[in-house]
Design a protein around this ligand. Structure first.
Ligand code: FE
Length: 216
């Protein structure tokens, strides 16, 4: 089986959010799809190890914030590379309440769902949600997963359904690459070949300092 075939599937980049006993929490996700239009239903896939999974099971509700190409890529890091168990992720980014759920303000659209069914796989829960609210927040092209990889140069967290072990950077980013973020896999290749990583450099995806970068 050639898992590179899976890379030909199209995905977006989303923040799936819900409440944790009155505290807003959520995680980055790329697996969300519309299942039916009437009534409108959406399915998402969340790893069992993600704290958000338990919170969605408890509340029976989730929201999807659809990130755009102009959304701050730091949002992906805040929600994708830390656990909501220990971090108040929504303290680090502006949010709005829509359909009684927390939604990322810097997203291009949102969808709010009530969980109506779920299916357990060996590693992930597939939640089926009936849409109770949805709207466009700003005009922007939705960020595709391909854009995240090629333009933002991010990688998949291990809990992502689309994670492929020992991901290799694609050829065009590897050509001038020198520093790789040890947390999120972001590749810094500078504006010019062999440019040094500035001392005050902060990873644009996960916001970690220069010290976590590994020289290739
Ligand atoms: Fe990073």
């Amino acid at each position: 089986m050639n898992k590179n075939a899976f890379r030909q599937l199209s995905y977006g980049v989303y923040v799936v959010s819900t409440w944790d006993n009155g505290r807003a929490t959520g995680c980055t996700a790329n697996s969300a799809m519309q299942i039916t239009s009437e009534p409108a239903t959406i399915a998402i896939s969340i790893n069992h190890d993600n704290y958000t999974n338990k919170c969605i099971q408890d509340t029976g509700k989730f929201a999807i914030s659809i990130l755009g190409e102009h959304s701050d890529p730091g949002i992906i890091g805040i929600f994708g590379f830390k656990s909501g168990k220990d971090h108040n992720k929504f303290d680090e980014t502006e949010s709005v309440i829509r359909g009684y759920l927390p939604v990322v303000a810097d997203a291009c659209a949102y969808v709010v769902c009530d969980v109506i069914d779920r299916m357990e796989t060996t590693t992930h829960t597939v939640f089926l949600g009936q849409v109770v609210d949805a709207d466009v927040l700003k005009q922007d092209d939705p960020m595709t997963y391909a854009y995240y990889h090629k333009v933002i140069k991010g990688k998949s967290p291990k809990n992502a359904p689309t994670y492929i072990a020992e991901e290799q950077p694609c050829a065009e980013t590897a050509a001038g690459a020198k520093y790789v973020c040890g947390i999120c896999g972001y590749i810094y290749d500078g504006d010019t070949p062999f440019e040094e990583l500035p001392d005050d450099f902060v990873c644009p995806v996960c916001k970690q300092p220069k010290s976590v970068f590994v020289k290739q």
